[in-house]
Design a protein around this ligand. Structure first.
Ligand code: B16
Ligand code: MG
Length: 214
């Protein structure tokens, strides 16, 4: 029986990947190489430092740990200049309505995101109040596909993982949800997200009856 929904942020509630892309691309250009939208796909659901490692690998560049800290901070400052301008209009279709439907039907809600900027983003989107629990990159030490982020979400809600459903757009996130012993609804392409129990285009295709039927 489903008692809780745990939502990834980027790609499920909002498309922040486009801002991550601009900020990583700017950093790549400063180091004199290009970074394509296809490259950006590799960063979805991946932590900031692991993303930087992928970027540097694409540019065939080596940096010291101190340099990497500086570059990650620079990228984040640029990224934050975009997310600080976000408005509730950027909430992906159906996300706010489904979160409210969960509330109305006593289904608990949690955020399970790798982002250390999740609180800022939820606040800009005016969605913070619709989450009972928020687990983000500031509260976890192991990146997806490790199940830590989702297990912490279930624990904080006081609900068994077997009664939780995760909504995820990244393969690593789906693996994390399944490793946590939870059901997982993939958001995106059924071919790439084939490990999910079920795949939809977005939360606009979700409602409480579909949830109970999972
Ligand atoms: P930050 P999610 C992830 O969010 C993004 O998909 C990924 O591209 C990003 O690198 C990561 O958050 C860390 O974000 O730099 O803000 O800490 O999909 O887990 O909600
Ligand atoms: Mg995501």
């Amino acid at each position: 029986m489903i008692k809780a929904c745990i939502f990834d942020l980027d790609g499920v509630i909002v498309d922040t990947a486009k801002y991550h892309y601009i900020a990583w691309k700017d950093l790549a250009h400063e180091m004199n190489f290009d970074f394509t939208e296809k490259d950006n796909e590799r960063l979805k659901g991946v932590s900031r430092m692991a993303s930087l490692d992928i970027l540097l690998e694409i540019g065939h560049i080596n940096k010291t740990p101190q340099e990497k800290e500086r570059l990650a901070a620079k990228k984040n400052e640029n990224y934050r200049s975009y997310i600080l301008k976000m408005t509730p209009d950027e909430i992906l279709p159906g996300a706010a309505a489904f979160l409210k439907e969960c509330r109305d039907n006593k289904i608990a809600t949690a955020l399970g995101s790798a982002s250390k900027n999740a609180m800022t983003i939820l606040s800009r989107l005016q969605l913070t109040q619709l989450f009972d629990v928020i687990i983000d990159g500031t509260k976890t030490s192991k990146a997806k596909p490790d199940p830590e982020v989702f297990l912490k979400g279930a624990e904080a809600l006081g609900i068994s993982p077997t009664n939780c459903v995760v909504f995820e757009d990244a393969e690593a996130g789906i693996e994390a949800a399944l490793a946590a012993g939870m059901k997982c609804v993939g958001i995106g392409n059924p071919k790439t997200l084939n490990k999910a129990n079920f795949v939809i285009d977005g939360l606009h295709q979700m409602n409480i009856q579909h949830l109970y039927n999972l």
